[in-house]
Design a binder for this molecule. Structure first.
Ligand code: ZN
Length: 340
């Protein structure tokens, strides 16, 4: 079977499509014929080199396809069923797992980061990772959902405690997680200000429901953001950019406001003025991936049409390197998906 692998860390040129033997599912596992796999910033981090990533490595956290084969003891899915994959797996026996909090498990792993991923003709995963595709979605749309929907849902809803009537600032909202945050925040009844680097993305964010959209390159981003929020600071700020934006994020949060972080695409060592954090009682809240319940809650919203996948580019599997470049250059609004 074909698999998108790296044998060394580096740029898109290190991506290879290798022919590797397929695996059989063990007890509690299922074998999936992958029809589409979506890219995430995680793929770029893994490709460039992360500690603990062993080579060669099959990339890919997000996928959708059909169940080909089920291992002994599997009853949750059946052969032929159309499924998407929860990219996270956990030990299923620790205290965090027992209370349904998989992403708090010390053995939590993500497809493609902590083991081989789903960017291949086939993948074998735990049965708990295979969930039915929401009504009316094709494989490319389904593959675009799991990682970003899971991440955005957990960060805004259980972690961020976002409530109707609150204001939210979402930085660089034209990519996967941002597009999902804007939709979930609107669904929660919040007022959303989003930033984006191009006029085209700003227009797309307005069409998606953002109440106001500003240029992420504005020389005084904090003032521009407050101006877009009737001159008021924000109840909640979503920041996965990190180094370039975190100072602004803390500055524009109201006294007692929440700054949510689930990533740091520009660097993970921002300058943080602690006087703002303690004097103004700002909560900095970390969030990563999510639980099965988080993903199921988000998927119900897709089923009801309250959230929708935003796929910006669909390329054939062979063009994986071009797809990585599109994501790296932030050239696409929404998700980049490869089809197999
Ligand atoms: Zn566990």
């Amino acid at each position: 079977m074909r698999a998108l692998r790296i044998h060394e860390f580096g740029g898109p040129e290190v991506l290879r499509i290798d022919d590797i033997p397929p695996r059989s599912p063990g007890p509690g596992q299922v074998r999936i014929r992958v029809r589409a796999t979506a890219l995430n910033h995680l793929d770029l981090w893994v490709r460039r080199g992360l500690p603990g990533v062993h080579l060669p490595r099959v990339l890919g956290a997000d996928a959708a396809g059909e169940v080909m084969e089920v291992g002994p003891g599997v009853s949750t899915v059946s052969v032929g069923q159309r499924v998407l994959l929860d990219p996270g797996s956990s030990c299923r026996s620790c205290a965090a797992c027992a209370r349904g909090d998989a992403s708090m498990c010390v053995r939590y792993g993500i497809l493609g980061e902590h083991g081989d991923g789903a960017a291949a003709d086939e993948v074998v995963v735990d049965d708990a990772q295979a969930l039915p595709i929401p009504a009316g979605l094709d494989f490319a749309e389904a593959a675009s959902i799991p990682l970003v929907a899971l991440t955005a849902w957990r960060m805004l809803v259980p972690r961020g405690r976002l409530r109707a009537g609150e204001s939210v600032l979402v930085h660089s909202a034209g990519a996967g997680v941002g597009v999902m945050c804007v939709q979930i925040a609107r669904l929660a009844g919040a007022r959303v200000v989003a930033t984006a680097g191009t006029e085209k993305k700003r227009q797309s964010l307005a069409e998606l429901g953002a109440d106001a959209v500003i240029d992420s390159h504005h020389p005084d981003l904090a003032r521009a953001a407050r101006d877009a929020n009737a001159g008021e600071p924000f109840d909640v700020v979503v920041d996965y950019i990190g180094k370039d934006t975190f100072r602004t994020s803390v500055k524009v949060a109201r006294n007692g406001g929440r700054v949510l972080t689930c990533g740091a695409t520009s660097g993970w060592d921002p300058v943080l003025d602690l006087r703002h954090v303690f004097f103004r009682q700002i909560e900095v809240i970390g969030s990563t991936m999510g639980s099965r319940a988080d993903l199921e809650a988000a998927l119900r919203c897709f089923d009801r049409g309250q959230l929708r996948p935003v796929v910006g580019a669909v390329l054939p599997f062979e063009r994986a390197a071009d797809a990585h470049r599109l994501l790296e250059d932030r050239a696409v609004f929404g998700k980049v998906v490869l089809t197999l």
